[in-house]
Design a protein around this ligand. Structure first.
Ligand SMILES: Cc1cc2nc3c(=O)[nH]c(=O)nc-3n(C[C@H](O)[C@H](O)[C@H](O)COP(=O)(O)O)c2cc1C
Length: 467
């Protein structure tokens, strides 16, 4: 059975040695940020901090900060390979939609605060890094509806706390589905209803940070991944479905008649983002469970929790999109620092194909933010950094195999130009092949036929003590 809520997930993590409870009092600042950083650096356990000085509500951080726990989130064994996890996300595309169901048992409504009782400061919302502009809700699932259809979107967008009932929401990128919805309200000059879920079963936050196709409902894709429908309830003051078992739900409107300057914020690139003009979320109600838990994540220098949480699901979306355009692509992999560094493995025919694939990736919705693409052949494991570096060293000549596209979308690239643009880098590290040789013809060395067999034998015997 998949987890129904955050509490089920915590129980499983605890049973499998993947959760550390900190019972001694810690500070909201700097302890929470430091703990998140430490967990990510050592791929340590998720953290349940029971006492935060000045708060009555406990906090969890780092729950998604390892590939073991991203596997467990999907109810897989914790040693499931990254490759297999990507496949699990892809397989769920075929099961979409598993329609969410509306339920009457909704623990998220156990406590309801409205109007002047709304107060974000009752929750231990940390400022993760020293120069973040404010406290940030770092793992919010923002729920909105298209005004012209039934399309519900759940997207993750950082929220800077502006006061006890106001936040900024960082939605500036034109390709985001949240932005599609918002644009229509902006054009109509109307505010947009929004709900924000914090602390749910573990698949939904991963999907909120994932680019599924336009028009798809994240709840119904979560159902396809979990093989079990999400449980929803109508918001208390907004006409939006919210996760019935969420720890905390914020409800309100996104103002379309005013903007605030948001940021800086320590981003997943390892650098502070600049400031952005963003809309303001006015919170009219907060609903929460008895004994709520505030769930947050660590963003900062890679690897960070947002990398672990979304890297493999992002790859699944990217692979779906690119294989529809180029069936000759066999596999994709992300290398540190993930979003910006993709390796494409394929069965190439024409000498120009690797460069065509680069263009396809940069032109896709998923691929627009990729900075570096390395294209390799089928004999290179795209996940193996050593093999990829060897392919670059052995099969690439800088004068003809490197592609540069200056003036491209800069996004959050820390080294982008002052005009917000950045230069894409493509590396064709594929073999030169007949009849169009890029390089001098080479006879590549193949492994002897029993090498794989011997690898297994040697490892086995070695593990047994070498005899
Ligand atoms: C932890 C985390 C924080 C994110 N914050 C933002 C953000 O502030 N602004 C943004 O444009 N995208 C942000 N993203 C990326 C979006 O969540 C992602 O592009 C997602 O696919 C958007 O969903 P949508 O297009 O369905 O709205 C974040 C992702 C994660 C995992």
């Amino acid at each position: 059975m998949p987890y129904r809520d955050l509490r089920d997930w915590l129980e499983r993590l605890e049973n499998e040695g993947e959760l550390l409870r900190i019972s001694k009092e810690i500070s909201l600042e700097p302890d929470v940020g430091a703990i998140g950083d430490a967990v990510c650096a050592i791929e340590g356990p998720g953290i349940f901090a029971e006492k935060i000085a000045g708060f009555r509500i406990p906090l969890t951080i780092g729950l998604h900060a390892s590939f073991r726990r991203t596997a467990m989130a999907m109810d897989l064994l914790k040693d499931t390979s990254r490759r297999q996890q990507v496949k699990t996300w892809i397989d769920a595309y075929d099961r979409y939609p598993v329609k969410a169901k509306v339920v009457s048992d909704a623990p998220c409504k156990e406590n309801i605060l409205t109007r002047e009782k709304v107060n974000l400061f009752q929750f231990p919302i940390p400022r993760i890094h020293a120069n973040d502009a404010s406290f940030y809700i770092s793992k919010p699932m923002c729920i909105t509806k298209d005004p012209e259809s039934d399309w519900i979107n759940v997207g993750m967008y950082r929220m800077m706390v502006l006061g006890k009932n106001r936040t900024a929401v960082m939605v500036v990128s034109a390709g985001q589905h949240f932005r599609y919805h918002l644009r229509k309200y902006l054009e109509a000059g109307k505010p947009m209803e929004m709900a924000v879920a914090i602390g749910t079963e573990p698949v939904l936050p991963m999907i909120a940070g994932m680019k599924i196709p336009a028009g798809w409902n994240e709840y119904d894709y979560a159902g396809a991944v979990r093989k079990e429908p999400e449980e929803l309830v109508k918001g208390e003051t907004v006409d939006l479905p919210v996760p019935a078992r969420a720890e905390i739900v914020l409800e309100g409107i996104l103002r379309t008649d005013t903007q605030v300057l948001e940021g800086p914020f320590a981003e997943h690139t390892g650098a502070y983002s600049g400031c952005f003009w963003t809309p303001v979320f006015e919170i009219q109600a907060i609903t929460y469970r008895n004994n709520p838990i505030y769930d947050c994540l660590f963003v900062g220098k890679p690897y960070n929790e947002s990398v672990y949480m979304t890297m493999l699901s992002a790859l699944a979306g990217l692979q779906q999109e690119i294989q529809a355009m180029f069936p000759q692509v066999t596999e994709l992999a992300y290398h540190l620092p993930y979003l910006y560094n993709v390796v494409v493995q394929g069965k190439w025919g024409h000498a120009g194909e690797p460069k065509r694939v680069m263009n396809g990736l940069w032109g896709s919705r998923w691929g627009a933010s990729i900075k570096m693409i390395t294209v390799v052949d089928e004999d290179i494991d795209p996940w193996d950094e050593k093999q990829v570096l060897w392919a670059i060293a052995a099969r690439c000549q800088a004068d003809k195999d490197i592609v540069m596209i200056p003036g491209s979308e800069g996004n959050l690239d820390p080294s982008k130009d002052p005009d917000d643009s950045s230069c894409k880098l493509g590396i064709d590290a594929t073999k030169s092949r007949p009849p169009f040789y890029r390089h001098r013809p080479v006879h590549w060395v193949e492994p002897r036929e029993r090498t794989e067999e011997w690898k297994d034998k040697i490892l086995l015997q070695w593990q047994k003590g070498g005899r």
